[in-house]
Design a protein around this ligand. Structure first.
Ligand code: FNR
Length: 188
């Protein structure tokens, strides 16, 4: 059965390592899955007084129609970037129309530091609790020293990270299938 993944990166930077990591993930998908990458560029600062702009409506619709999500987050000041938090806030609002509700999700990160964005991943996982998401726990994928790991064509030169990423995607796809069955049986 086919599994549709929506992926987004918490970076607007043209040469973002996290955007590159999503492209790498796209090439490592199991054959029964496809991945669309959504760019957060253009999402305005969240304000609950405003009608959601078109880009937010589109983002929410894509999240809802996906079987699973993949989020690549940079680490800013030991947490997730405001750009990512802002997009999550929009898509989770109003609470009775939280697009993330019950979605399987996997997190990956790339950073130029030695922890590869680990601290940001755990902040993001805390957010999943309130959003009622269903996260894949492992393998954890951290691309450390990212400035030394991607070549000029965006290839990831870290074979271990690639191996873990491939396994993570397989686990995400399997979880998405289980959740689909659970929803059909009305036990999820
Ligand atoms: C960073 N960076 C960073 N790295 C890290 O490992 N831990 C951190 O806490 C921070 N903090 C931080 C704050 C701010 C404001 C910036 C701009 C950067 C470095 C970060 O890993 C690096 O900029 C990455 O390249 C960001 O990811 P993208 O944009 O390449 O995907």
């Amino acid at each position: 059965e086919h599994v549709k993944i929506l992926a987004f990166a918490g970076s607007l930077r043209k040469d973002s390592y996290n955007k590159k990591l999503l492209k790498v993930a796209q090439a490592l998908l199991p054959s029964n899955a496809t991945m669309e990458i959504f760019d957060l560029e253009g999402i305005p600062p969240f304000n609950p007084d405003l009608e959601p702009p078109e880009i937010v409506k589109t983002f929410k619709a894509k999240i809802k129609s996906a079987d699973a999500l993949l989020i690549a987050t940079p680490e800013y000041n030991y947490s997730i970037p405001g750009v990512l938090k802002n997009a999550i806030d929009w898509a989770s609002f109003p609470p009775n129309d939280n697009a993330f509700d019950g979605k399987p999700v996997a997190v990956i990160s790339a950073s130029i530091g030695m922890l590869g964005g680990a601290r940001a991943q755990y902040h993001l996982r805390q957010i999943f609790v309130f959003l009622n998401m269903i996260p894949v726990n492992r393998p954890e994928v951290f691309v450390t020293f990212a400035h030394k790991k991607f070549d000029e064509n965006g290839n990831l030169m870290d074979e271990d990270a690639k191996k873990f990423l491939k396994q993570l995607l397989e686990n995400l796809v399997n979880l998405a299938k289980l959740v689909k069955i659970g929803k059909e049986m009305k036990i999820l």
